[in-house]
Design a protein around this ligand. Sequence first.
Ligand code: PDD
Length: 289
Amino acid sequence: MTTSTVYLNGQYLPAEQACVPVMDRGFLLGDGIYEVIPVYGGRPFRLSQHLRRLRNSLHEIRLELDYSDEQWTEILDRLISCHDSTDLSVYLQVTRGSAAKRDHSFPNHIKPTVFVMVSPMPAHNPELSYKGVHAVLLDDIRWQRCDIKAITLLANVLLRQRANDRGAQEAILVRDGLALEGAASNLFVVDGNTLVTAPKSRHLLPGITRDLVIELAPEAGLSVIESNIAAQALPDYDEIWLTSSTKEIMAVTRLDDMTISNGKPGPVWKKMMQVYQDFKRALSQGTQA
Ligand code: PDD
């Protein structure tokens, strides 16, 4: 087995030797935040946007960490250089650290735990391109601060598993009648040449892929509206998409027991995917930031 090198609190070491104390508040209380950053052609995708969201999550949970963008870049570059493959996925986690005793209140003077690992990007399943995915609608049982990329993911885990148990790949989460996002993805619907996605709020994660799709939409000849999406109206749209850093743009072709866009990824998805792949290629070749 080849062991990968990880970063833990200033050290680079083989994954099996990287240990976090059992008193770590991430382990005991889920008190921490994370990021997932794709890497194409050895270059982290939308790094400054991911680092901005990381800083925002840290700020929202009142965790002070003095890592500069340059330091993060150095850590990522070093871990990326340990791999032969150049299409990778970075997982980065910061917890409030270890204290002498378990206590909900913030302890004084503890050092955050900083952990980064880089893994090969899971191979793209070609079936997704011609079949799309099956999603189910589920009540959003998460908390009121889904804008924070918190490691406390139990609700998301249970929701995704409930979707899997029903033979679906993702859950679309519904709060007060509104379809907000997936258990680990953002939601778009297509109405003619217009994309609709829920506005940013405390009820959904401000996805980096979501922002990129909005940015690239005009190149695909599409306009975008950020507006609430009624869960009931979902089957009436031409297409439904889910976006995330690791899954890119997935077309939903079955929702609960209903067929969406004739059971195949639609023409608007195809156009958008083309623009998205061109953008990725430019990034891999170093002509795009
Ligand atoms: N999750 N919404 C939720 C709840 C998510 O967990 C994610 C991503 C997204 C999409 O965000 P982005 O485009 O920045 O990846 C939206 C990651 C991939 C994860 O938890 O593994």
